[in-house]
Design a protein around this ligand. Structure first.
Ligand code: COA
Length: 334
């Protein structure tokens, strides 16, 4: 399965999965001191989906369903995949990786698989890695799934964090293509590890930096310095898009869709205004799904794909930023 002939990468199928259970702003207002008005005004979120552990739902089941639907969409079967890259920060266990459990659930062996941790940037990182591996000539087909069940890593007594997040998975199947100009034509994966305390999930009190003003939420749940993340995201979002355009020599007119991480409507709108992105090129679903971390960009991509808004020959940009802190872009000739 190896070839040294230059090749490109084709997006063969997309998929996604969201839980049925809805958590509205009014539901949250019944659990903590907040309101629908405050949440909508500061974030643009109206409701999010959350897994129901009593029905056996969790990150693993969501990620499996998302990838299964992408494989079906590609007209393939799971054993056609050489590799599965699964991006998440809410895998049930650290060993084995959820990638391996997805392989088992889909009966995709002998595909290899690994988990990738880049928080909300996870799906874009994984798309970049998958494209590079296929171009290496060693792999023909890779399943990429970004998924998070953030509700399992949230303490719903902490109003500063819990209002933002929801659960979702988004997936893509990438296959080798004879045209080297097809696939990811530009990619970046960056980070600033010094800023990790802006967004983290401590497992024990010793993980919490001494100068961090802790909410006292239970261990194993997300901590966030909302103002720091907001400042970082507003600047970085614009910078990442402008850098990707400059590096490829493309203009906003050349891009059919900017597929952006759904973190906060104000962050997305700020980038749209500063760069001059037309609303019809920036898909937004944060009102219905909140911030689903590694699930967010893949979910947007699948919804655009199913709506016929990502077509052969078009160029799209995937952009995300998140915990780490990390940020990433991926420019695709579809
Ligand atoms: N409901 C009502 N009031 C709330 C609240 C809630 N859910 N959460 C916080 N508040 C209160 C605070 O206690 C504070 O009250 P005070 O002024 O009496 O102290 C006030 O609202 C302002 O809090 P602040 O944290 O400064 O709000 P903000 O304007 O920064 O908005 C976020 C908070 C989280 C919405 C905003 O910082 C944000 O979106 N940050 C980026 C987060 C993000 O995108 N993370 C994921 C990155 S991938």
């Amino acid at each position: 399965m190896s070839t040294m002939t230059p090749c490109g990468v084709r997006l063969a199928g997309c998929g996604s999965a969201v839980p049925e259970k809805r958590l509205t702003n009014d539901d949250l207002a019944g659990m903590m001191d907040t309101s629908d008005e405050w949440i909508v005004q500061r974030t643009g979120i109206r409701e999010r989906r959350i897994v129901d552990p009593e029905k056996g739902e969790g990150e693993l089941s969501l990620a499996t369903e998302a990838l299964r639907s992408a494989i079906d969409d590609a007209g393939m079967v799971p054993s056609d995949l050489d590799l599965i890259i699964h991006a998440s920060v809410t895998s049930e266990m650290t060993c084995p990786s959820n990638a391996c459990r997805i392989i088992a659930a889909l009966d995709a062996q002998p595909a290899g698989g690994f988990d990738l941790v880049a928080a909300c940037s996870g799906f874009v990182y994984a798309m970049n890695v998958a494209d590079s591996l296929i171009r290496s000539g060693r792999y023909r087909s890779i399943g990429v799934v970004g998924c998070d069940a953030m509700s399992t890593a949230i303490d719903y007594t902490d109003r500063s964090v819990s209002i933002l997040f929801g659960d979702a998975g988004g997936a893509a199947v990438l296959v080798r293509d004879p045209d080297p100009n097809r696939g990811c034509i530009h990619q970046t994966m960056n980070g600033d590890g010094r800023s990790w305390p802006s967004l983290f999930i401590p497992n024990s009190p010793s993980d919490i930096p001494k100068d961090f003003s802790d909410s006292g939420a239970r261990m194993g749940t997300l901590r966030m310095d909302g103002r720091e993340v907001y400042k970082f995201a507003v600047g970085k979002f614009r910078e990442v898009i402008e850098d990707a355009l400059a590096a490829t020599g493309l203009s906003v007119d050349d891009i059919s869709q900017f597929v952006c991480h759904q973190s906060n409507i104000r962050i997305i709108q700020s980038a749209m205004e500063k760069i001059g992105l037309p609303p019809e090129k920036v898909y937004i679903n944060i009102d219905r799904f909140g911030n689903s971390s590694a699930g967010s960009v893949g979910l947007c991509l699948d919804q655009l794909w199913k709506a016929g808004k990502v077509n052969e020959g078009e160029t799209i940009i995937l952009v995300a930023f998140g915990g780490g802190l990390t940020w990433s872009s991926s420019v695709w000739k579809v």
